[in-house]
Every structure is written in structure tokens, then in C-alpha cells.
Design a protein around this ligand. Structure first.
Ligand SMILES: *Cc1c(COP(=O)(O)O)cnc(C)c1O
Length: 354
């Protein structure tokens, strides 16, 4: 029996995708070997690679002005690569310290340049995201870094700031919402939440930005080199790219970005409705306008209740509902591949449990 897996990442993948990969695993399309065993310079792999790149652009609606890079090192490596490449002499970068991830990005940027918090959510316990008017941009700001969805706190940036060029970590709501591309210089995220297995990081970067990046870096750290080599500068994470390509095709079959965005809203609404209709039994700490469509966090009256809830959920095949260890409580991660039936099962269990 397949578990209903609410893991925050790596996380549930579409069953179709897993079964296709299973069918093809040992003997990839009659070649007598698996894709895992083939050269990344083989025509078979090259087709997989280019198809995944094309699908990324098509599904996310990225204009031609953007290069798409398939990298490794997770979003975490981008916390360093972004300032290393983009921050020139005399420039600084603003960061939304909107939660655990935004704060980590800010701290890492500080190792490579001048970075400041353009907004800090610590005072509110990271229960809200800023509106554009809350953000303070200083002089000579090269970019404003935003985390579109704070995975641990369950908050979502609903309004994109417009006062500086944007760089976004979209790891936990990647390709699940349309974005105003004209405001962005760079968008990045790990694949392992919305798009595929761990091991692949996808970066969208403006060609004009590539022309002015810092070149005084080790080769792998240079965006312009990856772009010039079509993300084949070195051995890419071939299996992660293959699986992500299959998931992107699955997204296309669901109706593309607009359909995926609507489905995400419907899934999270269902759980928020249970929380809001529970007479205070379930408490959602996040301000309503900042509620994540991906990670729904909630509390029960006591930690004992929460432990019992988790135990009974497991008995009903609903796994990984424990909140991040740094914040406690409960968290249901409802990424692209989470079927509506899984969310309905959780909503119904929440009502019964209460
Ligand atoms: C998971 C996550 C990260 C870390 O990603 P890695 O790929 O593990 O480095 C960074 N930012 C956000 C918003 C995340 O959800």
C-alpha cells in the first residue's frame, strides 16, 4: 500500500513517474543498460537533458532572456553562489529575513559581500511575510533576495516587491505559481520539493546578468560557465534530471502551471478550512494573508494531543506530519504531487480526531 506522505522534502512524487522509471530502469529503451550507467555525453542522455530544460522553460513560462542551469549543491550552494556572482564592488544586497531559510541565505551572503536584512520577521515569530511597504531598500542595493515560501514556518510571500531587482529562493513552491519575470534577475530552487528527487538545483538567470557576473571564481561556481556549456560543464546529476523531466511532463499533463497553482490552493484551503472551523481546537499560527499553499503548519491544544494525533495518523497511513524540529507542532506538506485524496483523508481525520 502506498503511504500518504506529507514529508517536507524529499517528498511524494507522482506514482505515474515512479512506475515509468521502474519500467525503464534496468534496460533503458532497449539499449541493454540503464540510464544510470550511460555517459552524460551519450545521445540518450542528451535527449533527456534537453527535454528537461525545455520543459522547465515552458512550464514556468520563463522568457528567452533567461538561461536555465541544472546544478548540484542544493539551494544551499546558491546561498553562496548568488552573492559570489552578482555582488560587485561597492554594492550590497538586501535580504528578507523571513524565516529559517531566508535568514540562512542572508548569513551566507555576509561571508561573500555586504548583505543586510531589508525586513526581519523574527519579532513576529515568522508568522507573516512583509508587504512591499514594509521592506527597506538601502542605496547601492544590487538585488533583493526573497524566499517565496518559508518551508518551516509555513509562510508565503503573496506580493512580489518592486523596489529592487529580485532574486528568489523558490525551493518549496517551485513551478507552482506564476511569477512576474520582468522583476527577477535570478530564481533558484532545489528540485526535491515540487519537482523531483534530491540532487538537482534549477537556476533561472537573466542573460544580461551573466554578462556582468564576477569571473574571478572557481569554474563550478560561475553561472556563465554553466550557461555556456548548457549545464554540461561537468557530470550533471543525470538521474535526478531524468526524474524531474518526467515530473515536468506529468505537470504538463495536469494542465500546466495554471492548473497546478489552482490545485495547490484547493489542497491547502481544505486544511485551512478545517483549522478555521475547529472552534480553536486546531490553531494555525500564520497570519491569514501569509499562509503557505505548500506547507500547512498547525498546533493542537497540547503537545500530548499532538503526539497522539501523529500516532493515530500513522495508523491511518498518513506519514511525516511532524513539524520541523526547530518549531514543533504539525506540518502537512502538500506539494505538487500530493493527490487531492491524500488531503481529503487528512481533513477527514482532523475532524474525526477533534
Ligand atoms: C529545502 C529548502 C532549502 C534547502 O535546500 P537544499 O536543496 O537542501 O540545499 C532552501 N530554501 C528553502 C526555501 C527550502 O525549502
Amino acid at each position: 500500500m502506498r503511504a500518504i506522505n506529507f514529508s517536507a522534502g524529499p517528498c511524494t512524487l507522482p506514482l505515474d513517474v515512479l512506475e515509468e522509471a521502474q519500467d525503464e530502469l534496468v534496460d533503458y529503451r532497449g539499449r541493454g543498460m540503464s540510464l544510470l550507467e550511460m555517459s552524460h555525453r551519450s545521445p540518450e542522455y542528451e535527449a533527456v537533458h534537453n527535454e528537461a530544460l525545455d520543459l522547465s522553460r515552458e512550464i514556468f513560462g520563463a522568457p528567452d532572456e533567461f538561461a536555465i542551469l541544472f546544478l548540484q549543491g542544493g539551494a544551499s550552494l546558491q546561498f553562496g553562489m548568488v552573492p559570489l556572482n552578482l555582488l560587485g564592488p561597492g554594492q550590497q544586497a538586501g535580504y528578507l529575513a523571513s524565516g529559517a531559510w531566508g535568514t540562512k541565505a542572508l548569513e551566507d551572503a555576509g561571508h561573500h559581500g555586504k548583505a543586510y536584512a531589508a525586513w526581519d520577521g523574527a519579532d513576529s515569530g515568522y508568522t507573516t511575510m512583509p508587504g512591499p511597504e514594509d521592506i527597506e531598500i538601502r542605496d547601492n542595493t544590487r538585488y533583493l533576495h526573497v524566499t517565496s515560501n518559508e518551508t518551516i514556518h509555513g509562510t508565503r510571500l503573496s506580493e512580489w516587491p518592486n523596489e529592487a531587482r529580485l532574486v528568489a529562493d523558490m525551493s518549496s513552491d517551485y513551478m507552482s505559481r506564476a511569477i512576474p519575470w520582468d522583476r527577477f534577475d535570478l530564481v533558484y530552487g532545489g528540485a526535491q520539493k515540487n519537482l523531483g528527487p534530491a540532487g538537482l538545483t534549477i537556476v533561472f538567470v537573466r542573460h544580461s546578468v551573466l554578462e556582468e557576473t564576477n569571473r574571478d571564481l572557481a569554474s563550478y561556481l560561475r553561472y556563465d560557465i554553466h550557461a555556456a556549456k548548457n549545464s554540461l560543464y561537468n557530470t550533471p546529476p543525470v538521474f535526478a534530471i531524468y526524474m524531474t523531466g518526467k515530473t515536468l511532463k506529468w505537470i504538463q499533463r495536469q494542465g500546466g502551471l495554471a492548473a497546478i497553482e489552482k490545485a495547490a490552493q484547493a489542497r491547502s484551503d481544505l486544511i485551512y478550512d478545517v483549522i478555521d472551523g475547529s472552534d480553536g481546537y486546531y490553531r494555525g499560527p500564520v497570519q491569514p494573508g501569509s499562509r503557505s499553499h505548500m506547507n500547512v503548519v498547525f498546533r493542537l491544544p497540547s503537545e500530548e494531543d499532538e503526539a497522539r494525533f501523529l500516532g493515530e495518523a500513522v495508523a491511518r497511513n498518513m506519514l511525516n506530519l511532524r513539524g520541523h524540529r526547530s518549531v514543533g507542532g504539525l506540518r502537512a506538506s502538500l506539494y505538487n504531487a500530493m493527490p487531492m485524496e491524500g488531503v481529503e483523508a487528512l481533513a477527514s481525520f482532523m475532524s474525526t480526531f477533534r
